[in-house]
Design a protein around this ligand. Structure first.
Ligand code: FPP
Length: 236
């Protein structure tokens, strides 16, 4: 970690991928007597700012959990609000065209217009250097099942870890080095179940709409204090 001062801070190759479970939008809104969808609006702003902050400090790949396969059970008004925020974000990202956006998850039940624009965005940003994976209608178990079904279709009768890796939605990204969850919840909630095998976990009490550069640097600082052994012995 290159930490001359906070303004010039850059990560090194130990931290190339951070994934975020953006939790606490509803609680943030409730604390202020506002509807849940307002929490998501501010959550979407924190998401955009956090992606910029990550790239500012040299993190090449960011993954965010924006909508899970289980989130369809929420009230329709809330689902519509999240889908609208995604529509807005897709148009903005299309205009800036400065980050490779990949949607991980099953696009098939999404509204046709949004689905088409997501695919346009993925195609038009495919040569950008930094990557943003947006988990939308995503479930970790479903992702693994999907990978296995693709392998069956290819006629495989014996598979390796590499085969599964190559059929995950995240096949273009390394495994996350660090998974950050906000709102003080100590769960993975079906997020990146295969990929998180050796990820470091960091939980903060901050609610997602309040997650800023200061919070990001706290998470990164905590990561650099960890002793990653990947099942081996410490090299320190
Ligand atoms: C969890 O908070 C958050 C979500 C289910 C949605 C995450 C969505 C965003 C951050 C905004 C969407 C961004 C885009 C671009 C679509 P919660 O609602 O479960 O919070 P709670 O546990 O406090 O109720």
């Amino acid at each position: 970690m290159l930490f001359k001062n906070k303004k010039e801070f850059k990560v090194d190759s130990q931290l190339s991928h951070i994934a975020f479970i953006m939790d606490g939008n509803g609680r943030w809104a409730k604390k202020r007597g506002l509807p849940r969808k307002v929490g998501h609006k501010y959550g979407a702003e924190a998401f955009e700012q956090t992606v910029r902050n990550c790239h500012k400090i040299g993190i090449k790949t960011v993954t965010v959990y924006a909508f899970s396969t289980e989130n369809w059970s929420r009230p329709q008004e809330e689902i519509d609000a999240i889908i609208d925020l995604m529509r807005k974000y897709v148009e903005e990202a299309y205009k800036y065209n400065d980050i490779r956006v990949i949607f991980i998850g099953d696009k098939s039940p999404l509204p046709e217009d949004l689905k088409n624009r997501m695919i346009d965005l993925e195609n038009s940003t495919r040569n950008c250097i930094n990557t943003l994976n947006i988990a939308f209608n995503y479930g970790g178990r479903a992702e693994i099942v999907n990978a296995c079904n693709e392998l069956i279709k290819e006629g495989k009768n014996s598979i390796t870890e590499k085969d599964i890796n190559n059929h995950l939605y995240t096949k273009a990204s390394p495994d996350p080095d660090l998974i950050v969850r906000t709102a003080n919840e100590f769960r993975l909630s079906n997020f990146l179940l295969w990929q998180c095998a050796y990820s470091e976990l960091y939980v903060t009490k901050a609610l997602w709409p309040d997650f800023d550069m200061k919070e990001l640097l706290k998470a990164v600082e905590s990561f650099y204090k960890r002793n990653r052994k990947f099942g081996g012995l410490s090299n320190q």
